[in-house]
Every structure is written in C-alpha cells, then in structure tokens.
Design a protein around this ligand. Structure first.
Ligand code: ACO
Length: 450
C-alpha cells in the first residue's frame, strides 16, 4: 500500500483543570516557577470516575463516530499507555466492547512510559503496510494516560488525555518510510515499581536525571534520523527541512530547550549561524550547563516561535498527558492550520517521542495540505477540540488535592467501590464520556456512557 498514515484523529482531555499560578501560591513555590520556569498555564485532571479504560473508550468511540468508521473495517487495534490498572488484562480488551460482532482484531497494549503510544502508532502503520493486500482493513492506535505525581516538586507536571488515530493507505498525513531514528537504553529516571505496600498511581521519579536522559536521547535520535535521511534520500537534514517540529512535552519549557539543542547541532554542522552570544560560547563541552542551555534558548528563539510554540497550546493548558503529549501537538497544528490557505507542497513535520526507562524515536510526517475531504474533517474536529479548552471547569488547588485523595482512596479500597465523584456536580466530565460506575469486590471494573 502507498502513503500509509493518519486518516482520522480524535482527542479527549479532562473537563477539570487547575491554574498553575494558583497552584504556585498554594504550594508556596516561588511566583513564576510553574508558569514561567516550566512554561505551564493550567493542569488538567480526572476525578475518580474516569480511569485509563474509560478515557480510551471515550476517545475510541469519538473516533468511530466522527469518521463514521465501520466496525468490520478494523483489523488491528493497539493501546499505548503507562497508566496500568491491571498487570495482565489489557486496556485493549475492554475496547473490544465498541466493535460489536467483529472479534477479529489483532493487537494489545504497548507500554514504556510516555513512548508506548508512539510505538502503538508504529505497530498500527506496520500492520497496515504488511497486511493491506490480504486484509484490506484499517488499524487504530489509542494513546491514553493519566499523569499524577505525589505531593512535591513533580506534582505540578501532571496532566491527562487521550488521542486515537485511524491508520490506512492513501492518507492525507503520511509517515515518511524508513525515517525512524531510534534510541533505547536501560535507565532508571522514572518508573512505577510493583511493591512497597499500598498500590500507587505515582511514579518514582528522579526529575533532574530524567531531563538529562531526555536530551541525550534527543541527540541520539536526531543523529540516527539524519543518518537515515542521508542514506535513503541523499538529504542533509536540519531544522530548516521542516515546517513544524514537535516534541514530547513533560512541560513546555522542556520543549523550548529541546529545540535549542537541535539548533546547537545545526549551528555546529554549519546549517545556521547562531547568535553572537552562542558563537562566543563555542566550542561547547557541556550541553547541560545552565549558561549554555539559556544561550541556546535565546539563539533558537525564532525556530521555537515559528516551528513549535504555536502548537503547544494543549500542552500548556492540560500538562503532561504522557503518551498523547506529542500527538496533541499534531492535533493543535491541524486546528490552527484550518485557517491557512492550501498549499501545493506538503507540510513536513518533525516529531520526537520520549519515554523514561528509556525508549525514544524521531520520525516525520508529510501533510498533504490541500482541500482533501478527510483532512478538512480532521481539521474541523481538531479545531473543535482546541476550542473545548475554554469550556472546562477550573477548580481551586484545594479541590484538586481533594480529588487526588479520592483517586488514592479508590485504589486503596479493599471492598466494592462506587466512585465518589459520580455524585459531585462540580466534578462531572464532558457529555458523551464513558465513566467508571463501580468496582466489584473482586476488582472488576464496570463502565457506562453518560
Ligand atoms: N520564576 C521563573 N522561573 C523559575 C522560578 C521563578 N520564580 N523558580 C524556578 N524557576 C525555574 C528554574 O530556574 C528552572 O528552570 P531552568 O531549569 O530552565 O533554569 C525551572 O523553573 C524549574 O525549577 P527547578 O528548581 O529545576 O524545579 P524542580 O527541580 O523543583 O522540579 C522537575 C522540576 C525536575 C521538572 C520536576 O517537576 C519533576 O521531577 N517532574 C517530573 C519529571 C519530568 O517531567 N521529567 C521530564 C522527562 S520524563 C517525563 O516526561 C515524565
């Protein structure tokens, strides 16, 4: 099959949010730490009646409805998530409820921190590529996570959300074949161990170390991506090769640093000049040094503002969604480019996925920015999703903390459980969402659509 890629995309995020400036005050953090220092406006969160299965059900059902997907036309479905509620049963298994009589659907869950979703997308692409001739069916990848941290410096970098993509041939958003620069290694920067007494949704995190490994992986992926582009296409890659550049976003300041880092390699390789301040620092031996990072940020300001910053709106206002946090930038790009005039040549977008532990990939997509009907529908749906950011329920930091406690109580309960948020008017999700209605004594979870 030719031009395998995205033929439909949907996104779902919490209706509930807390403002980061209010959180700074309430946490007694210095003014500007979360908003300016980390680059975040708001953090989205789910109450206890939504879990990873319910949000995956919601986003998949939305995808099916928005793009009128026939249920028999799906041959593969994978879920990328690190929000596990079961060590054996997959989230995917629960999504089978949405496909009526079609039980002939390959795929299960894929896990590695924030990276699993991208791997699920790769699996979905590869399945169509390998099986289209014999199956003639499409695939779906679902990326869903709830990012919550215990009280402390990492808590403000939480968030939540879900993205679902329909993959097929002759797509308006095509993944460039062979251009996947991969970097994987054994690290302990962020993990969710089994053990330690009570079950917990919170990771063990070595924050500063995770930032360093994110950057190391970025360097390695860029090198691998460039090597493959040279070998396969004879092409010299730099940031100038792209119309947009998207990165896994734990918080948006990290993304600004990431583009600064790619800018450094471009300066070093003579693709761009860099400003005078940076020139004075060259040659650089320690790229993680504070003065260097700050100088790179300044020198790459133009690239950040044109290629990346406009597409971080959901990230700034929802926080780290883990697996979907890269793909919501594509959603935002589609939403914002809805008003752009159509152009003859496709837009080329660079994407970088990172998951602690660690697994990472750099790849690229080509968007046929024309009057293609499928693309227009995607743009409309993405624009509506971006607009919904303004229709959320913004709660106080105190209420947010109560909700985190509710989620802990649900997890620690040894009896059958009914989520407390079900009866609390200020905690209701967006209409049409699936919710968790109860958990039985034997820990089976039950869902309904509201
Ligand atoms: N005004 C403006 N900026 C401020 C202020 C202020 N009042 N106070 C602090 N800052 C800046 C700091 O200078 C720093 O920016 P810089 O690094 O560019 O200099 C930034 O705000 C954060 O301050 P730190 O002191 O570094 O913050 P801390 O160490 O308390 O926590 C961290 C930050 C490590 C990101 C923490 O929130 C965390 O552990 N998060 C989870 C891990 C994570 O997200 N890792 C990313 C990759 S892995 C993944 O995606 C999960």
């Amino acid at each position: 099959p030719e031009n395998v890629g995205i033929r439909g995309i949907e996104v779902y995020y919490p209706r509930l949010a807390v403002r980061q400036d209010q959180l700074e005050k309430s946490d007694a953090a210095s003014t500007g730490k979360y908003t300016i220092g980390l680059g975040q406006n708001q953090m989205a969160f789910f109450a206890d009646q939504e879990d990873v299965v319910s949000i995956a059900l919601t986003v998949t059902q939305k995808l099916i409805e928005s793009y009128q997907i026939s249920k028999e036309s799906i041959g593969f479905l994978a879920v990328g998530t690190e929000t596990l509620i079961d060590k054996s049963k997959s989230v995917k298994s629960e999504l089978m409820r949405l496909f009526d009589e079609n039980h002939d659907i390959e795929g299960v869950d894929v896990k590695n921190a924030c990276y699993g979703g991208t791997q699920a997308v790769f699996h979905a692409i590869d399945w169509v590529t390998a099986n289209w001739a014999t199956e003639g069916r499409f695939s779906i990848a679902v990326l869903a996570d709830i990012a919550v941290y215990e009280e402390g410096p990492a808590r403000c970098t939480g968030g939540a959300g879900a993205v679902a993509v329909l993959i097929g041939p002759n797509a308006p958003i095509v993944f460039e074949k062979g251009l996947r620069g991969i970097y994987m290694d054994a690290t302990w920067d962020f993990y969710k161990p089994i053990g330690g007494g009570k079950p917990s949704e919170y990771p063990v995190v070595n924050g500063q170390n995770s930032l360093k490994i994110y950057m190391k992986a970025l360097d390695e992926c860029y090198t691998a991506y460039k090597r493959k582009a040279k070998r396969l296409k004879g092409e010299e890659i730099s940031l100038q090769s792209f119309d947009a550049a998207m990165f896994h976003s734990p918080f948006t300041k990290m993304v600004q640093k990431a583009i600064g880092r790619l800018h450094y390699w471009d300066v070093l390789n003579g693709f761009t000049q860099g400003n005078d301040e940076l020139k004075k620092l060259m040659p650089i031996t320690d790229l993680d040094e504070r003065e260097v990072v700050s100088s790179l940020q300044k020198s790459s300001f133009k690239e950040f503002n044109s290629l990346t910053s406009p597409f971080l709106e959901m990230n700034r206002n929802c926080g780290n969604m883990y697996t979907p946090s890269l793909f919501v930038q594509l959603v935002t790009w589609l939403a914002k480019c809805a008003s752009m005039s159509s152009s003859q040549s496709p837009a080329r977008i660079l994407m970088y996925a990172y998951g602690s532990g660690c697994a990472s990939a750099m790849f690229s997509v080509l968007v046929n920015n024309s009057e293609n009907a499928e693309l227009l529908l995607m743009k409309k749906i993405c624009a509506e999703a971006l607009e919904r950011l303004n229709n959320r329920t913004v709660l106080t930091p105190e209420r947010y903390r109560e909700v985190m406690k509710m989620r802990e109580e649900l997890l620690h309960s040894t009896e059958s459980y009914t989520p407390k948020a079900l009866s609390q008017p200020d905690l209701q999700p967006f209409p049409g969402a699936f919710i968790l209605t109860s958990i039985s004594k034997s820990y089976q979870r039950f869902y309904a659509r509201i």
